[in-house]
Ligand binder design. Structure first.
Ligand SMILES: [Zn+2]
Length: 488
């Protein structure tokens, strides 16, 4: 919800909290009429770059502003047009959706249309790092020969992606994340205007949740105000709302990992990226809940000590502790810890978690990698089932390796039938498969279309035994021997 953010976008310098150095420098440049042709506003999202850029434009073009005054009047045509988003002198371009060289050429054409008398034409290019290389070069030409009374403000969350040749022509401002005090001051002003009394600990909580972003803080406050619809708001009132959204992302992720649902995990991650301010914290929360699942698995009494957990979280911990065995839990936790370290060095912040999700979901129960080169749950289940059957039959002394059967130069027709029926060759090293297919007189289709289900594979041993009553054959042995080189 961004309505509060839009509704209360600062219209005056006095309403902008934080970024003191940047504000002072810009104000001085305006008052002394020492303006640069191009600025770079760099810093994370939602911390006031575009707001400052618009205010800068409004101040420069205000028709009623006195030479020694820094605040725009907010009443003249120009101020109203800029506040209303209809100004011809302030052109905002989102580079994320206009990345091409044609877009920049179009922009250069626009720069040639002169500003009206006494005003500046100001271009704000948001997410400028998204421009293609050619587009950057086209932009550079404009910056090299800046038209009269044209000012560029290039906003970016990733200044490291901007060419040095561009940087060297701009005055650079690095926006800092807001402090909790600055965010609280900003939120207080909004609450005052809304006529709602929100307690300080609520505001502090919102500020902490938004980790330095005004936009996130205002969105969260908006969410609280609209869902409570009351004139006084205290900490008790918000526990449910604030925890709810965060909690859903965590519990749904846990459930999706447990059911190995990679697609669902990816959806959750992208939602978290869109709506949550701090991805680092999200990963930490995931580590924490899997840790609790691990502890609970071995010591269910510990739940009594976790008094602050609500019933949804407790249920999830209890349920998941039954679904995940130790080796899987340990893999998940170790991978998440690695994700926490990796995101510091990755430009795409969610990528380490996305990779880990695939690894956590594809990882097999016994910790072995797939026997087949291409990941396939079934192939592993066959081995597991056959292992189970083999150990149940281990008392027989004639435990003949199926490899013997497969290696038999003249396999019996019923054995061929069993091999065919159970798709056994699907689980054979592909290098050896061709040779065996020839021997068993199978074509490729017969092998690939006959991938067995877990249930069927469990019957392999029974089938082999039935067909080979005098020799007690363990399929496990065939597979074991066949895959000995593939297993760890
Ligand atoms: Zn004005």
């Amino acid at each position: 919800m961004s309505t509060l953010y839009r509704k209360y976008r600062p219209k005056l310098w006095s309403e902008v909290f934080g970024q003191e150095n940047i504000k002072n420098t810009l104000k001085n440049e305006i008052l002394n009429n020492k303006l640069a042709h191009a600025y770079i506003f760099a810093g994370s999202r939602g911390i006031g770059k575009t707001t400052t850029a618009r205010l800068f434009a409004k101040t420069l073009n205000c028709k009623n502003r006195k030479p020694n005054d820094i605040e725009p009047c907010c009443a003249c045509d120009s101020c109203l047009a800029i506040d209303g988003g209809s100004s011809m002198e302030l052109i905002e371009i989102d580079a994320a959706s206009n990345t091409g060289v044609d877009d920049v050429r179009e922009l250069r054409k626009l720069t040639r249309i002169p500003a009206s008398v006494g005003s500046y034409k100001i271009f704000i290019i948001d997410e400028v790092h998204m421009l293609s290389k050619q587009a950057f070069n086209a932009l550079l030409k404009t910056l090299e020969e800046p038209p009269e009374r044209v000012i560029f403000i290039l906003a970016t969350t990733e200044i490291n992606k901007i060419l040095d040749t561009i940087l060297s022509r701009c005055q650079i401002f690095k926006f800092k994340k807001a402090t909790n005090e600055e965010i609280i001051a900003d939120l207080k002003l909004i609450c005052e205007k809304e006529g709602i009394d929100v307690s300080n600990d609520v505001l502090l909580h919102v500020a902490e949740k938004s980790t330095g972003g005004f936009r996130d803080a205002e969105s969260l406050l908006g969410q609280i105000l609209s869902s409570l619809n009351q004139k006084t708001i205290n900490k008790e009132d918000i526990t449910y709302i604030v925890n709810k959204t965060d909690q859903d992302f965590i519990l749904n992720f846990v459930a999706s990992i447990s059911s190995r649902d990679i697609k669902s995990c990816f959806n959750i991650i992208s939602e978290v990226i869109e709506t949550q301010s701090n991805f680092d914290d999200y990963v930490l929360d995931l580590i924490e809940i899997f840790r609790k699942i691990l502890i609970y698995k071995y010591n269910p009494d510990c739940m009594e000590n976790w008094k602050n957990l609500n019933s949804d979280i407790k249920n999830s911990i209890e349920k998941t502790s039954k679904e995940l065995d130790f080796s899987r839990l340990s893999i998940v936790i170790k991978k998440l810890i690695q994700v926490k370290l990796d995101i510091k060095n990755c430009d795409i912040i969610q990528l380490p978690l996305e990779i880990a999700v695939v690894e956590m979901c594809e990882e097999k129960m016994d910790g072995h990698s797939d026997v087949m080169p291409v990941g396939n749950n079934k192939s592993n289940n066959v081995l597991m089932d056959v292992k189970k059957s083999a150990s149940a039959e281990a008392t027989t002394d004639k435990d003949v390796s199926v490899l013997d059967i497969l290696n038999d130069d003249e396999p019996k027709p019923d054995i061929i039938e069993v091999v065919k029926k159970n798709g056994l060759l699907n689980h054979v090293d592909p290098l050896k498969r061709d040779r065996m297919m020839k021997k068993f007189g199978l074509n490729k289709n017969a092998v690939t279309q006959n991938i067995t289900s877990t249930q069927e594979s469990g019957n392999v041993l029974v089938d082999v035994k039935k067909n080979e009553p005098e020799q007690d054959v363990s399929v496990f042995d065939i597979l074991k021997d066949e895959f000995a080189e593939n297993l760890e």
